[in-house]
Write a protein of this length. Sequence first.
Length: 142
Amino acid sequence: MNKYVKYIAFFVLVSLLVIIRIFEEQLFYDPYLAFFKNDYLYIDSPRQEVFKLASNTALRYVLNSIISLGILFVLFKDKSIIKFSILIYTIAFLTFMSLFLYFVIHPKKEDYYLFFNVRRFLIQPLIALLLIPAFYYHKQRL
């Protein structure tokens, strides 16, 4: 992959992540978008359809993960990194989605901050922001 194709692919993939973020309200059902933009520590959890919320959150996680894996491939061109990243993304999904569902089904005001951060890992590509420098550092050490 020559340098220009690499830059274009990287730009397109990052743009896709930005588009998902910009149009999140139109693309995904998530009553917690407005909830966490307000003073959520002092109001009750919004009503939601649990299955619809969980499936939309999972869809968003999968889309962000696929795009993030594409970014990792463009940056490192190493299949072992992609395989390891898929494992990390799968474990993270199972862990965070379990916690997310617990917080959705059993909302408590004292758990809102933890819920906010668990949800953030599911709906934003934060894992990629952790993996990119880790793999870069690993490549430099080899």
